[in-house]
Design a protein around this ligand. Structure first.
Ligand code: 4AD
Ligand code: MG
Length: 459
């Protein structure tokens, strides 16, 4: 008999004589004459109820089937008289596949704290909330690809090991060949290493994306990125995934249009395809979730220059921990104030001071700001950062010099400006920040299967 996923069984429009499901037992309840099992196979949030008759030959194994055990069940899909479910399975055959010790299985039928569940990251996907998070994460990845594919973008695999610091922030992890302790010498520890020069894990695929946008027109990357910022915040991870579209013949306005369409498209897609899972978050995680997402898709995002944002913040009189003024980087508290209190929807802040942005952003005519833009959303703050890129060779070279970056290190990047240079723009969206936005989860550690953060590398 062919296996049925519980999601399909529950969506059945008619009773079925023979179904076979496999999954993990969430609960077992013994009643007079029957036992009830709630089984979940991960295909959806809902469990299927399974009824084992005391008299049935299947009943033999029942006492050893506890919460956490894996089972295979064959039987009839029957209309359920019980509340809250349309279908149940009346068991003809029940098999214990893998037992779970009742006394030591950590996921008992009660609410566990997120902290506790982080400590058992190998088991937490079996809970309702984390199962939902990681189904949404999977769907969101497909939605990203679909969005760009529908618009004729090409998917670029940018390198993970790199020799250049794209963001110039220096928060990079170094890569070296691992030499067994016994074979270490002063030379192989200090020398130029495997690649003959310093190598790092990438902080961004942007520079590669610019190369390919200058050939294929419109591309995007979607891969892991790494930052060695030693900041233990609920929004930063040492390893996270970023989506970076890059478009040739595009300016900052086109970039903001794309960012807005992208974010709205993803939210709409996920509300359509993950309704059941998102309902769980709206119920148990963030009661404001529906409103936040409604406000995100209902109206155009606010767009305002950095200067005006700073003015609003300075006049706000709110007790910010960090003072604001032209030239200061916006902190999460400022970002959240703008999007949650002032505009109550996403805000795109643009034209930031050049002093707080990387070398590649296009210098504006005021020579003081660059054509940068950040998208700020409620609860999360910055979800997207991007810019129009400096396409003028002399201006870019001057900028590298100013920042003490060596032109030789960027020779190929500079050549893009020497041969057929075009105005172009792009941005990066933190994939986990998107997931935090749509699920209401407030800690980035809880939307990553196995989070990597300072002092934490279990699993
Ligand atoms: O603003 P960032 O640093 O921009 C770039 O890396 C550009 N090269 C992107 C581009 O223009 N192609 O990072 C982009 C986004 C941020 O807005 C944020 O959502 C996310 O990446 N991000 C992080 N997410 C989780 N943990 C971290 N440590 C993150 N750092 C950035
Ligand atoms: Mg940024």
């Amino acid at each position: 008999m062919q296996r049925t996923m519980i999601k399909q069984a529950l969506a059945s429009t008619a009773p079925l004589d023979g179904v076979l499901v496999r999954g993990w037992v969430r609960t077992r309840r013994d009643a007079k004459g029957f036992s009830f099992l709630e089984i979940n196979d991960g295909s959806c949030l809902a469990n299927i109820q399974v009824i084992v008759d005391d008299q049935a030959p299947a009943h033999g194994a029942i006492k050893s089937i506890n919460t956490g055990a894996s089972v295979e069940v064959e039987g009839a899909l029957t209309a359920s008289p019980g509340k809250g479910q349309q279908w149940e399975i009346h068991v003809a055959r029940l098999e214990l596949v893998g037992a779970a010790d009742q006394d030591s299985y950590p996921l008992q039928k009660k609410r566990h704290s997120d902290e506790f569940l982080r400590g058992i990251a190998h088991l937490r996907p079996r809970t309702n909330k984390y199962g939902a998070i990681f189904r949404v994460r999977s769907e969101a990845a497909f939605a990203v690809h679909q969005f760009f594919r529908d618009r004729g973008y090409f998917y670029l695999h940018s390198p993970i090991i790199t020799g250049s610091d794209c963001e110039g922030a220096g928060a990079m992890f170094r890569v070296r060949a691992a030499v067994p302790a016994a074979n270490r010498t002063a030379e192989n520890q200090a020398g130029p290493g495997f690649f003959g020069k310093d190598a790092y894990l990438t902080v961004s695929g942007q520079l590669s994306a610019e190369v390919f946008a200058s050939a294929l027109g419109q591309v995007y990357t979607f891969g892991p990125t790494f930052r060695a910022e030693d900041s233990n915040t609920p929004r930063h991870a040492a390893e996270f995934w970023m989506i970076e579209p890059e478009v040739a013949f595009a300016d900052l306005n086109a970039n903001m249009d794309l960012a807005e369409a992208f974010l709205k498209g993803l939210v709409n897609h996920l509300r359509r395809h993950c309704a059941e899972d998102l309902a769980l978050f709206a119920r148990f995680v963030d009661p404001q979730l529906e409103t936040t997402l409604d406000n995100l898709t209902a109206a155009p995002f606010a767009r305002l220059p950095y200067r005006e944002a700073v003015k609003i913040l300075a006049e706000a009189g709110s007790a910010f921990q960090f003072p604001v003024g032209f030239g200061c980087d916006l902190q999460t508290e400022h970002e959240r104030y703008l999007t949650e209190q002032v505009f109550k929807k996403p805000v795109m802040v643009f034209d930031y001071p050049k002093s707080i942005k990387p070398f590649y952003m296009r210098l504006n005519d005021d020579a003081e700001t660059v054509a940068a833009m950040d998208v700020l959303v409620p609860r999360v703050g910055e979800i997207i950062g991007g810019s129009q890129r400096e396409e003028r060779l002399e201006v870019l070279e001057r900028r590298l010099d100013e920042l003490g970056l060596r032109r030789e290190d960027y020779w190929w990047y500079l050549e893009l400006r020497r041969y057929g240079s075009v105005p172009h723009a792009g941005f990066g969206m933190g994939f986990e920040r998107l997931l935090m936005l749509v699920t209401g989860i407030t800690n980035i550690r809880d939307v990553i299967p196995f989070p990597r953060t300072p002092k934490s590398l279990e699993f």
